[in-house]
Design a protein around this ligand. Structure first.
Ligand SMILES: Cc1cc2nc3c(=O)[nH]c(=O)nc-3n(C[C@H](O)[C@H](O)[C@H](O)COP(=O)(O)O)c2cc1C
Length: 162
């Protein structure tokens, strides 16, 4: 089978992913979008990466401000995930959300599993995406929450087989 976008989507869509909202800030402009393409890179120094579609509006805000935060969503935050993925009311995504900041000024959202507040240290071409590697400057953790999962186009929660 050739590596068409449909073939990739078909296989990779069957891989359960955790969901985050990558937020960014450039001066007074804050923005953010739902992502599953993020991962840890290094523990020492602390590095994570996020892949931003070049056509997204979040990508130029990360490029301009040089910071992003990865807000890891909790099981009851599917609605927030949809809000930050939808192009409808895009400029109202943060409405009613009491976000805070840590070290970099990128928005830290409430009610999550936790957040990684990052300063961009490298950006790589990744086809139709840009891979932003960030050095983690602050971490927030809420010990008592379960992650939101995304599989085959639907949200779910983890249940152990036993
Ligand atoms: C579950 C899920 C995961 C997504 N993962 C990514 C991702 O990793 N990278 C990305 O660029 N877009 C991803 N998207 C799409 C963006 O969230 C969506 O295109 C959003 O509207 C972009 O907003 P913006 O153009 O305002 O930045 C994902 C969407 C969903 C629903």
């Amino acid at each position: 089978m050739s590596a068409t976008p449909d073939a990739l989507r078909n296989l990779l869509g069957r891989r359960a992913a955790t969901v985050a909202i990558a937020t960014a800030r450039a001066g007074d402009r804050v923005h953010g979008m739902t992502v599953t393409a993020y991962t840890e890179v290094s523990l020492d120094p602390p590095l994570v990466l996020v892949c931003a579609d070049k056509s997204s509006h979040t990508h130029p805000v990360i490029a301009a401000g040089g910071v992003f935060a990865v807000n890891l969503l909790a099981a009851d935050q599917a609605e927030l995930s949809n809000r930050f993925a939808s192009k409808q009311d895009e400029e109202r995504r943060f409405e009613g959300i009491a976000w805070e900041t840590e070290a970099t000024g990128a928005p830290i959202l409430p009610g999550t599993l936790g957040a990684l507040d990052c300063r961009v240290v490298a950006a790589y071409e990744g086809g139709d995406h840009v891979i932003y590697v960030g050095r983690v400057e602050a971490v927030r953790v809420a010990e008592d929450r379960e992650p939101l999962l995304y599989l085959r186009g639907s949200y779910g929660v983890f249940r152990s087989p036993g």
